[in-house]
Ligand binder design. Structure first.
Ligand code: BES
Ligand code: ZN
Length: 631
């Protein structure tokens, strides 16, 4: 028999099979303890969730019962779940619903409280009756004004990294997987969707049923409720959006099936049946979230010209890296994101060519260098390591571009060592051999040595892999990247600096990426006249492209270019995507005048932001202290 830890998927190396397991070997010593979960998978683990919920927009709460099928080690007396802000009403045991007893542990600001439920030797099911708290951190309740249609309210969840526990009492660790089913009651005018098999159609009763037969970790639990409509893209892909957004959404993502085909050709079959997208209201705090079968996406990628769809390739790629092979703890986050960025760029290369993927890699490199510099400045150089140490901190603290881009460059470096053919074969096998399992950084390193390095007479030491993973900054061996298309952008920049009017630069056929490169590389020193000239020639301030706008606002703030300020105010009041907000507020906070403006805007905009974004911006502008001073 495999140990309970193996069943839970918390260990890799010792889970190969019976031959490696000796009878009296203590299981517990092998469990990779997740420092961000109270769960004790060595005692009892959740295998299946049956969630029965009512969504109450009036009270902004979810009232639910979570029926949990569990497997307990012999002699175990407790099932420990993670919760945050949940009001637990009662706990019953078994199908007969015998009254159970439980205890809530101490509250921790990042982790919430343990819910310790007493179980009996024959307990196979535990039923938890509860309601969500007023500040449930995963949930964002939107008023009709915050939606595109302005008529109906909207609710969405964001569970990654450890916010699932604020809406479901569950073992909220990426190392613990379970299947689920759900019945959700919503107001009859609205439609509910989950990270599961979805009904796809509205129904009059407002009761929706969901099923997820593949085991997933809690951070992939997701729910969205709103005035939604579905448009098919192919037989196995499609998009959900508010009715007024559905047409442009279907246009923007028309190549979804092609992406899926390219992904499967690269790294093996898609294991989740359908792949759909939902375009959320603009306050969604991320660009995208890889909720299985139903990626959640920001409307800020609707550029009108399909030029920001690499984000979709990214979330799709997570269907392999992350959702199939999952980081065991948040310290191993780079295993999710670094692999996904690599895979994303391979999908984009397959669809649009090497030129295109090179642009993404160069932009990524700029982000990486900027992040390293910033983390050093903030005395957080330790967070430039791939393997993180998040003990006692919010996992969110470690979720920087390091995991994404340093991770990407490590994989590119490995590809260079053995050549693309062997590397691709290795990755394909990696995803298939470890499907529906978790992966630690150490387990990855041994898998890599055994399956790629040794057969090719290479070793981790000679490649400096320890340095890549456990040390700060970028090793000298980082592959160089260049982009031909960006060389033309750089030429245009030179010409402009040399006196050619902006309106005469050759910018024909530039995509979002070329524009981004252009704006990012404008000279540090710019006068009002130059800013106005660029703006007149290229219409940056009024751009409908969020990437262009966000990059332009950085210059506008740096030089107090006031013609852009009302657009800036509108943008910050509408968009809640942290990747855009954080650099803008950070730039504003550099001067006293900017800080004043930031605070003026933030006081109005804050209620439009999800917890994930507002908690970051609070820190950037020192909101709490400022508000206390003001009182
Ligand atoms: N899984 C992440 C989003 C995430 C990370 C949520 C950490 C919570 C904690 C998602 O796949 C992602 O990386 N989104 C990026 C887009 C991507 C193209 C880099 C984003 O939202 O900007
Ligand atoms: Zn990602």
């Amino acid at each position: 028999m495999l140990s309970l830890a193996c069943i839970a998927g918390v260990m890799i190396t010792s889970c190969a099979g019976p031959s490696e397991q000796t009878a009296n070997e203590p299981t517990i010593s092998k469990v990779v303890q997740d420092i961000h979960s109270y769960a004790r998978p060595d005692q009892a683990i959740v295998k299946h969730l049956n969630w029965d919920a009512q969504v109450d927009f009036g009270k902004k709460e979810i009232v639910a019962v979570a029926r949990l099928d569990i497997e307990a080690a012999s002699g175990a007396s407790e099932l420990v779940l993670d919760t945050k802000g949940l009001q637990i009403e009662r706990v019953t045991l078994g199908e007969q619903e015998e009254m159970g007893t439980f205890e809530m542990g101490e509250f921790n600001e990042h982790m919430g409280s343990a819910l310790k439920i007493n179980i009996k030797p024959d307990t196979k099911r535990v039923n938890v009756y509860y309601r969500t708290g007023a500040d449930a951190e995963a949930l964002q309740w939107l008023s009709p004004e915050q939606t595109a249609g302005k008529e109906h309210p909207f609710l969405f969840t964001q569970s990654q990294a450890i916010l699932a526990r604020s809406w479901v009492p569950i073992q909220d660790s990426p190392g613990i997987r379970f299947t689920y089913e759900a019945t959700v009651q919503v107001p009859p005018a609205l439609m509910a969707l989950m990270s599961a098999e979805n009904p796809m159609q509205r129904n009059e009763s407002g009761v929706y049923k969901f099923k997820m037969d593949q085991p997933i970790p809690a951070y992939l639990l997701a729910l969205s409720v709103g005035d939604l409509e579905f448009a098919p893209i192919s037989t196995r892909t499609g998009v959900y959006a508010e009715p007024s957004m559905i047409k442009e959404s279907a246009y923007e993502f028309a190549e979804l099936d092609k992406m899926l085909v390219a992904a499967e050709e690269l790294y093996g079959p898609y294991r989740w049946e359908r792949y759909d997208l939902i375009v959320l209201p603009p306050s969604f705090p991320f660009g995208g979230m890889e909720n299985p079968r139903l990626t959640f996406a920001t409307p800020t990628i609707l550029a009108g010209d399909r030029s920001l769809t690499s984000l979709v390739a990214h979330e799709l790629a997570h269907s392999w890296s992350g959702n199939l092979v999952t980081n065991a703890t948040w310290n191993d986050f780079w295993l999710n994101e670094g692999f996904t960025v690599y895979f994303e760029r391979r999908i984009m290369e397959a669809l649009y060519g090497k030129d295109y993927a090179d642009m993404l890699a160069v932009l990524g490199r700029q982000d990486l260098e900027a992040t390293i510099a910033q983390l050093k400045e903030e005395n957080r150089a330790a967070d430039t390591k791939l393997y993180l140490d998040l003990e006692g901190r919010s996992p969110d603290d470690g979720m920087t571009d390091i995991a994404y881009e340093k991770g990407y460059y490590l994989l590119r470096y490995l590809e260079d060592q053995v050549g693309r053919e062997k590397w691709d074969a290795f990755l394909r096998e990696y995803f298939s051999a470890n499907a529906f399992e978790t992966m630690t950084t150490e387990a990855f390193l041994s898998y890599l040595s055994e399956n790629l390095l040794e057969p090719n007479n290479l070793n981790a030491e000679q490649l400096g892999l320890k340095q890549w993973i456990y040390e700060e900054g970028l090793p000298a061996s980082v592959p160089a990247v260049t982009s031909e298309r960006f060389q033309q952008v750089e030429q245009a920049l030179q010409q402009w600096k040399g006196g050619t009017p902006a309106s005469q630069l050759n910018t024909k056929d530039w995509s979002s990426h070329e524009w981004l490169h252009f704006i990012r590389n404008l000279p540090q020193e710019l006068n009002q006249q130059q800013l106005a000239e660029l703006d007149a020639a290229f219409g940056f301030t009024n751009s409908g492209n969020s990437e262009i706008l966000a990059a332009w606002f950085i210059h506008a703030i740096a030089h107090e270019y006031e013609p852009a300020y009302s657009a800036l105010d509108r943008f910050l009041n509408k968009v809640g995507r942290r990747k855009f907000l954080a650099p803008i507020y950070r730039k504003l906070a550099e001067t006293e005048k900017g800080k004043e403006l930031a605070l003026n805007i933030y006081r109005r905009a804050r209620t439009n932001y999800h917890f994930v974004s507002s908690s970051s911006i609070d820190k950037i502008i020192g909101y709490q202290e400022l508000e206390e001073k003001a009182e």
